[in-house]
Structure formats: C-alpha cells, structure tokens
Design a protein around this ligand. Sequence first.
Ligand code: FES
Length: 211
Amino acid sequence: MPLPYSEIVMEHFKRPRNVGRLEDADAKATEGSPACGDMVTVYLKVDEATHRITDIKFESYGCASNIATGSIITELAKGKTIEEAKQLTWKDAAEALGGLPPVKVHCSVLAIDGLRGAIQNYEEKKGLIKEKVPTTLEEINRRLKRVVNPVVGLDIVRTKIVKEVTLEDGVVRVTIDMPADHLFANNIRDEIMEKLGTLWDIQRVEVEFVG
Ligand code: FES
C-alpha cells in the first residue's frame, strides 16, 4: 500500500527547491539518521553583518519525506537570521508539508538536524558560540558518529574503523583503521578535520591511518 503522503509532500519531492551544493558556502553539515542510516547535507551562505541566511542548499541521500522536508526547511530558513532559523522544528516542517506519516517523522528530524548542524558550524567558525564548554572525548565521539565511511555509507564509529581517540592540551588524535593510500582516506580525514577543527578549544586535529 502506498504511504499516505500529502500533495504538498509529493510536490516538494518531485520538484525539490534549493537542491545541490553551495561551492562557496560559509558553513555546512552532514547529518545521519540513527533510525534509518540515511544522510542529509545542508550548506549555508550567511550575511556576516546581519547573520541572515542569504542562500541555502541541501543534498539528500534519504527518502521522499527527507527530500520534501529538506526542500521545505530551506524555503523556511532562507532570509531568516541564524537565531530565527535555529527555532525551526520538525513540527514546523511537517506542518508546512501538510503532515507526514508517523513512521516518517524521523526523516524530517534528520533534515532539521542538518540545518541546525550547519548553523552550529557557522557559529563555531565565526566564534559566535556563547556557552564555551570545554570539549570532552564524549563530544568528539558524538561528532565522529557524523563522519561517513563512504565504503559502506555508514558512520566511521558504527563501522568500527576508529581505533583510538585521544585529547590532550587541545590536540585531538584520531587513529583510523584503513590504509593511508585508501581511495577514501582523504575524504575521511577532511570530514574529521571539518567536524572537530571548529571546536573553540581545539588547536590541532591529527588523523592517522593504520592498516
Ligand atoms: Fe531515511 Fe526517510 S527513511 S530519511
């Protein structure tokens, strides 16, 4: 039986707005859903003086609901300040889409996580984080769970290729169980740098490949 999608969902799925990548993005984030393993990436251009989102795009590797939600949240967020955009919830997205089947709620949560992740990335890059909590290994692991292992399309923690993580005097060292000349080694290194390098109290991130 087909899922009871609203007409608006179908319209945004068939003609998604703001799809693609922003090459000169000021911030971006890739988030994965623990519920289904799908991913979404959100890119932002932000006016530095007003902190208003001037452009936003997304790439979805998720289902129809995720694509439709990505489409609607980019429309809702464009033109808003980052503070206003932060207040958007999956409920706003679902409402604007004329409702979503309950089994598909996590898909819109994923799109909102992508938007929030990109805003957080912007705030960290620009030193706008108000609450400066010292980074813990727990936070580092949480971020590593958002780094994708392209070999299998799941994160590097779940696929057990993170051998060791240490944090000492603002230096994070991550050891990855993969040959340094592997096709995806550079991708993984770049993503780790991107996820950890913006943390306010981290001076350096070192990624070592063994195997
Ligand atoms: Fe994964 Fe919808 S089922 S995003």
